[in-house]
Design a protein around this ligand. Structure first.
Ligand code: FDA
Length: 303
């Protein structure tokens, strides 16, 4: 049942017609619980509240299904504006970008050029840029681009999904790159990815341990309290310097736990999605945790 529900929401997230229409609807279906606003000033209010609690943020100007150059250029320009805004408003934060947003499905070189422009601007202000990891079809191209960009820019990093069999191997080549470790949000086949939670979780812990024994900074991104407890225990037992890592969670999820981890003295970063292209992101969150639908329905129909 859980898998059927997950597949249902993943299929909805991949529906371009609904994606396109959602941009015209404005927020619907309770999306505001998990998306911080349809524009930057709205999201910035949430960022400032978190910053006051000692929590940093990563801002994601949502965007999917970009198939033409003009759209990709527009997305790049919006990301440049976010970087300017972080600098001008002195926000404690960085940006998260999806390569498909800035042209990966159109032309790899064009996508690289857009990323170079983004990274040049961000490095002027000492702002980090994370490249989110998308579906497996984009995995190798993303790694290739990250490695290429990292030769010229220290302020770029990416995400490793521990549902993939190859993740631990691929970490070897990324020792000096800042990484976010996640379980993985897309539906992948058993040819490339673990299907059982137990296997994904144990791969997650292996990846985290490898990273914490290395030198580059790591974001440990999960809402899973069992894994968070395991990480805390590991850090304590191996006397890992807390400056080497942070915990990350998505906006609107386990908010009390986010505050508590920050209060306990861990670096904490909240992932803040915003913008009118909220639909695919929101559907993937419902796929991960169908219980969220209860929250959403309750608010939509009973208020
Ligand atoms: P999971 O969903 O497996 O939950 C484990 C357990 O934790 C649950 O069974 C429940 O007990 C508890 N739990 C979880 N959520 C809860 C809640 N809201 N309330 C109460 N209990 C809860 N993916 C990707 O493919 N590419 C990417 O670039 C990113 N980026 C990213 C950034 C950040 C900051 C985060 C947190 C996540 C991502 N992801 C991602 C998504 C990620 O891959 C994964 O799909 C989700 O985080 C869901 O997995 P979790 O590890 O959170 O736990």
């Amino acid at each position: 049942m859980v898998n059927l529900t997950r597949d249902f929401f993943i299929a909805l997230s991949n529906n371009q017609f609904l994606n396109d229409n959602a941009k015209r609807w404005g927020f619907r279906l309770g999306a505001e619980k998990f998306v911080a606003g349809t524009d930057l000033p709205q999201a910035a209010e949430k960022v400032k509240e978190l910053n006051e609690r000692g929590i940093s943020v990563t801002l994601d100007n949502l965007g999917e299904f970009v198939n033409d150059r003009a759209e990709a250029e527009a997305a790049k320009n919006q990301i440049l504006q976010v970087i300017e805004y972080i600098h001008k408003e002195r926000l404690n934060g960085h940006v998260s970008v999806k390569l498909t947003q800035v042209g990966l499905d159109i032309d790899k070189e064009f996508c690289m050029e857009n990323m170079r422009e983004i990274l040049t601007k961000a490095s002027e202000y000492d702002i980090f840029v994370n490249i989110d990891m998308e579906k497996y079809i984009h995995y190798q191209p993303t790694l290739d681009i990250v490695k290429e960009l990292h030769k010229d820019y220290e302020n770029v990093g990416t995400v490793m999904q521990t549902y993939l069999y190859r993740t631990l191997d691929d970490l070897k080549d990324l020792e000096d790159v800042r990484l976010r470790i996640v379980k993985g949000a897309y539906k992948e086949s058993e040819e490339v990815a673990f299907q059982e939670k137990e296997d994904i979780d144990s791969n997650f812990m292996e990846a985290v341990k490898i990273r914490l024994q290395g030198n580059a900074f790591t974001s440990i991104a999960t809402h899973d309290h069992n894994l968070i407890e395991k990480v805390k225990k590991y850090v304590e037992e191996h006397q890992i310097d807390k400056r080497k890592f942070e915990f990350q969670m998505l906006y609107g999820f386990r908010v009390e736990m986010q505050y508590a981890l920050a209060e306990e003295g861990y670096n904490f970063c909240t992932y803040i999605p915003f913008g009118d292209d909220w639909y695919g992101y929101f559907m993937r969150r419902l796929a991960e945790r169908p219980q969220n639908i209860n929250l959403v329905l309750k608010d939509t129909f009973y208020t």
